[in-house]
Ligand binder design. Structure first.
Ligand code: ADP
Ligand code: ASP
Ligand code: MG
Length: 442
């Protein structure tokens, strides 16, 4: 007998109908012993995710606005599911405790985490599995960084005591203060990967609402081709760049333990989905494996004559960014130019201060700022061995009348990243997709 970890995302656990589907999936294979769940997500277009409603309660509290009605909507959703499934969990006791903590001024992380907590309690009852709380098992340091080996040890020890368990995704505990901490949004994927590593799973199944990874975001490209097999490396590039199917940090724990990840569709369980392993698919002759991107970056282009012979120029740029506690996305360089690419959320309104620091400490000839830039990555292990890939990409963008503001090619030659204006984001992705799927580069 083997061991499988199955994580079910928000839409897969959104209501009683979905929970019945996941029960069928779990009981169809006795190896599916450890189940990680998200909070209930959207049931239909325009519906609210429980996590969003919980954050909303907290924001209302902070502004002295009534939050009771919103909390009631949350309670009603769980109660309806319990009734629908005939589960007799005493939810009221949990709701009362959460409301009490809200009144005492709990943190946003605590309140957000209760979506997963309540759902895991309910689903454990529904399946007849043990409920194992992530509190005290998934550990963060005081900077909010996951303590990987301590978490692995704690999860391993606790889960060895349970043959079947449901674990809430998305959160853990600050090891020092004992307070609840969450991952960033979509973080239940990370919990699933950590659990898979801790129980030495044969496979980490990630059940969602699409039949695996598609070559591009289906909200942008109509019926994109599915990706049957992809390497961890390629996937990491795509997830980091914005393919939201799997949280970018969910790859590492599975990858170091060499556990394959399988993205599956709860609504079409017979589909095989995408399998993610260390090796890329040698049978796949496509040059490009996938295309992903995200909006809202700023490019600061710095020009200085003889820059390349000035010692320590790039180091000084990095030191300034470190002083501002800012992370850098990309830094493509030319002979006398360097572009600094930073996300708008990192800049957080400090662009003018940063430009002033660059001006003072680097004495550039000129600086040009391009705001509202979207980054798009075209990724594929097959790219490095084929000539003409960049030419094809740039021609496609030129024909679609998309201006390119920045180009960066990773040293692995597995990806080409272009910066375009936010408004051209969808158009550019469609053009690249069409260029690489209609007729392949030979
Ligand atoms: P879950 O709630 O199950 O974690 P997510 O909403 O986080 O699900 O991820 C699944 C969604 O990711 C899909 O519904 C789809 O809209 C979106 N998505 C973005 N890029 C891609 C892609 N390249 N392939 C498939 N889905 C994608
Ligand atoms: N419920 C959380 C969110 O909406 C975490 C998750 O679903 O993975 O971001
Ligand atoms: Mg997700």
């Amino acid at each position: 007998m083997g061991v499988k970890v199955a994580k079910f995302g928000g839409s897969s656990v959104a209501d009683g109908i979905q929970l019945t589907k996941i029960k069928d999936i779990i009981f169809a294979d006795p190896d599916r012993k450890y189940i990680v769940v998200s909070a209930p997500g959207k049931r239909f277009d325009g519906d609210s995710k429980i996590t969003d409603l919980l954050y909303l309660c907290k924001t209302h509290m902070e502004h002295n606005l009534p939050y009771e009605q919103i909390f009631q909507v949350i309670e009603d959703r769980y109660v309806a599911v319990a009734l629908n499934l005939g589960v007799e969990t005493d939810l009221q006791e949990h709701f009362d405790r959460i409301k009490e903590n809200l009144k005492k001024g709990c943190t946003a992380d605590y309140i957000a985490s209760r979506g997963e907590y309540l759902n895991a309690v309910l689903i454990a009852d529904f399946l007849g599995f043990d409920f194992v709380d992530a509190e005290g098992l998934i550990l963060f340091n005081s900077k909010g960084k996951l303590m990987i080996s301590e978490t692995d040890e704690a999860l391993r020890e606790e889960l060895s005591k349970h043959e079947h368990a449901v674990i809430p995704g998305f959160y853990g505990t600050d090891a020092k203060t004992g307070k609840i901490r969450t991952f960033s949004r979509g973080g239940s994927d990370i919990t699933g990967s950590l659990v898979a590593r801790a129980v030495n799973a044969d496979i980490y199944e990630n059940w969602t609402d699409v039949s695996g990874f598609l070559m591009a975001d289906p909200r942008i490209v109509k019926n994109p081709k599915p990706i049957h097999h992809i390497s961890y490396k390629e996937l990491r590039e795509l997830s980091y760049m914005g393919a939201s199917v799997l949280h970018e940090d969910a790859i590492y724990p599975a990858r170091i333990a060499n556990i394959p990840i399988n993205i599956r569709n709860t609504n079409v369980p017979e589909d095989h989905g995408t399998i993610i392993t260390a090796e890329h698919d040698v049978a796949n002759t496509n040059v490009v494996t996938g295309i992903a991107g995200s909006k809202d970056f700023t490019v600061i282009a710095i020009y200085k004559n003889m820059m390349s012979s000035e010692r320590g120029f790039l180091r000084r740029i990095l030191a300034i960014l470190e002083d501002f506690d800012m992370t850098l996305e990309h830094m493509p360089t030319g002979i006398d130019t360097v572009s600094v690419v930073i996300s708008n959320s990192t800049l957080d309104g400090k662009l003018d201060d940063l430009l002033e620091a660059f001006d003072k400490q680097l004495s550039p000839d000129t600086m040009e700022v391009f705001e509202d830039i979207a980054l798009i990555a075209t990724v594929g292990c097959g790219m490095s061995s084929r000539a003409g890939v960049s030419a094809k990409l740039f021609t496609a963008l030129a024909e679609a009348k998309v201006n390119i503001r920045m180009i960066d090619q990773g040293s692995s030659e597995m990806n080409i990243i272009v910066g375009v204006q936010n408004k051209d984001f969808n158009k550019a992705i469609k053009a690249i997709y069409a260029a690489f799927t209609e007729d392949e580069v030979k």
